[in-house]
Design a protein around this ligand. Structure first.
Ligand code: 13P
Ligand code: SF4
Length: 301
């Protein structure tokens, strides 16, 4: 039996479903039942009827699935796969702003720990942040922890007073304007598509700014043939599968999320065999942390 056949057989016998983010290795995406961006995966996780969820992504994703579906066994192929940005704000910062403003909504990017979610009023993903912030009744918005997505949202919703903290995704933040400009010179016809986690200079140069699935949709719907992609390189698998005749260019210092790449087929097989690495969130914390996630799902409908 191949490893893929073994995983499929165990999936069947354990009533398991495999979810994968676009940034994990192609062979894991190929085997998964559902592949998508953070928003899509959180929606799918909340609606599935299976007993076991194998989450091929980083820990905040498994944790969110566990908060939205506490009755399911959520397994992470590698519990060490974590998102550094998911920790980049303190409770003191949140409390400080809550003290300054009566009319404040704390808006938490889904890329955050359950604890950070529990201090917040509503979660967002890169696919729905602008729309949700626009629809909140509060004028003052504390956007945590990603300063880049927060800055992008602030520019799209100028009627709000958006306050930022200092978190960021190292993979997207470090993408350099000069590298994108060099690509643009080499491929002048290519449309520049970047993720809002990128720094300000990079998003300013882009023809399209959007979530991972937004970039895939944009490139697939476009009549253009060439695209400069400013996000994690794992997205190339889906871009190329949907658009075999189009060309996609990434910056020379390839953007790779090392945490996402910790997920391998061998580890997927191992968790299905021994059930290790189950995600758990203490009940009291889960009660508070699931509310902003549920509010996001309700607002994003
Ligand atoms: P999206 O899945 O919302 O595009 O976010 C990208 C990301 O960094 C996930 O960790
Ligand atoms: Fe976190 Fe960035 Fe990796 Fe996404 S790409 S999981 S935001 S470090």
């Amino acid at each position: 039996m191949t490893i893929q056949e073994e995983i499929r057989a165990l999936k069947e016998s354990r009533d398991a479903v495999i979810l994968a983010h676009y940034y994990v290795e192609p062979e894991v995406q190929e085997l998964a039942d559902y592949v998508g961006d953070s928003f899509y995966l959180s929606k799918v996780a909340a609606g599935l009827q299976c007993k076991v969820l194998v989450f091929c992504g980083v820990s905040f994703m498994g944790e969110s699935a566990c908060l939205l579906s506490p009755e399911k066994e959520v397994l992470m192929p590698d519990p060490a796969a974590d998102c550094p940005m998911a920790h980049m704000v303190t409770e003191d910062e949140v409390l400080k702003y809550r003290g300054y403003y009566d009319d404040l909504a704390v808006v938490c990017y889904i890329n955050s720990t359950a604890e950070i979610k529990s201090w917040s009023d509503v979660c967002v993903t890169s696919a729905n942040a602008v729309d949700i912030v626009r629809r909140l009744p509060q004028k003052n918005i504390l956007f945590i922890p990603d300063k880049n997505l927060g800055r992008y949202v602030a520019a799209q919703v100028p009627e709000k007073n958006v306050l930022l903290v200092n978190g960021c995704c190292p993979v997207h933040q470090e993408m350099q304007l000069a590298e994108l400009q060099a690509l643009k010179e080499a491929h002048p016809e290519a449309a520049v598509c970047v993720h809002p986690e990128c720094n300000e200079e990079v998003t300013a140069l882009a023809d399209y700014v959007g979530s991972t699935s937004g970039i895939i949709k944009f490139a697939s719907a476009s009549k253009g043939q060439e695209f400069i992609i400013g996000t994690e390189v794992g997205v190339l698998y889906k871009l190329q599968a949907e658009n075999p005749d189009k060309r996609f260019y990434f910056v020379e210092t390839t953007p790779i999320c090392r945490d996402m790449k910790l997920v391998t087929l061998e580890k997927v097989l191992a968790v299905l065999k021994d059930g290790g690495s189950r995600v758990t969130v203490p009940a009291e914390l889960a009660e508070k942390a699931k509310k902003p996630l549920e509010r996001m799902l309700a607002l994003a409908k």
